[in-house]
Design a binder for this molecule. Sequence first.
Ligand code: ADP
Ligand code: MG
Length: 411
Amino acid sequence: MDIQDIKNRFGIIGNSPLLNRAIDIARQVAPTDMSVLITGESGSGKEVFSQIIHHMSARKHGSFIAVNCGAIPEGTIDSELFGHEKGSFTGAHEARKGYFEVANGGTIFLDEVAELPLGTQARLLRVLESGEYLRVGSSKVQKTDVRIIAATNVDVYDRVKSGKFREDLYYRLNTVPLRIPSLNERKEDIYLLFRKFSADFSDKYRSPGIQLEPEAIQILTNYSWPGNVRQLKNIAEQICVLEKDRNVNGTEILKYIPNESAANNLPMTVSGNSKEDFSERDILYKVLFDMKKDMMELKKLVAEIMQSGGNTAHIIADNPQYINQLYQEVDLNPQSESTFTIKQPVIHHPNDFNYANDIEEVEESLSLVEKESDLIRKALKKHKGKRKFAAQELGISERTLYRKIKELNLS
Ligand SMILES: Nc1ncnc2c1ncn2[C@@H]1O[C@H](COP(=O)(O)OP(=O)(O)O)[C@@H](O)[C@H]1O
Ligand SMILES: [Mg+2]
């Protein structure tokens, strides 16, 4: 299959040399069983590329499972990946198959791989090297044949240097590095992508097509796109739904693009009239959009819980005090180092409307347990294992620290 065929088949838009090069590497590596480490900014297309590799491999009839390592609490990730035996921990009412068992003969996509806890990294290395793993709570060696594609938007080698990521695992995963260029590095693709997305959304919402005037194209192209293709797609959707004038000029498109210089230099200023440009109807649309997004996230969550055999639900239902306490401690110790920001739903100014950021926030708060373990470890290390002082530093009681060390298996 040549590069254009791949683009057609997987809906990849763009024609910049860096993008073509990435597709070429994906095409070459796909039929091998090598591990691939995909790097690139958030929203640049890492997950899309992982699917290209899977679907162009001999494993295409096997399962493809995408796991967001940053969104699964440290306490449950081993069980999610490797499964567990009945009764192996509180809440394990039933035995459960892990992804490595389910995806036998297929591919697992480990997104945000740098967030894996060190213990899980050791298990992962073993399965990569020998195909062997243990279910949580079992000593019977299981075998599996899974290809790993990992992705990250941080520099994993930085994590290696700071002792947070195993060097041996890094080299094992990074057999073939694949870097997805950011939108900033392929500005020539921006307008192409916009045209495709706005045409698709016009179809979907049965609204007339959007035309951009030259000045609007220039503004679109010069913007820095921190959320990359995902952000561009969201903005194309907003314009399709909200913009009355289907012939969009420079002033009109600016309503949808976050104002960079204002954001950087004058964070507190709100440009006077742009606010009034938005009618109540526009704001209503925005609220509807948010609700739709919440619904989608809820659906996803429910699907995940059902997939995990109801596991997660048990874990939450069985530990209400623990979960409550976690949240209370967060609220009661705003000055302590262990402060976790719980994001309140914020009504954004329509200009700031950006799914990419919102998604990031959700993923951040989901790794509470992992962050917590991290902080506790750091505090213990700093105070050479003296729990009294570590607890003081963390702003929690010594008793709470004891309990947490036990619960989070930190000893
Ligand atoms: N080259 C591309 N052409 C068309 N759509 C793309 C392209 N790259 C990414 N996308 C779309 O952008 C969104 C974000 O891509 P995704 O693979 O989830 O990014 P990442 O995993 O890097 O955060 C998805 O909706 C995806 O379909
Ligand atoms: Mg992603």
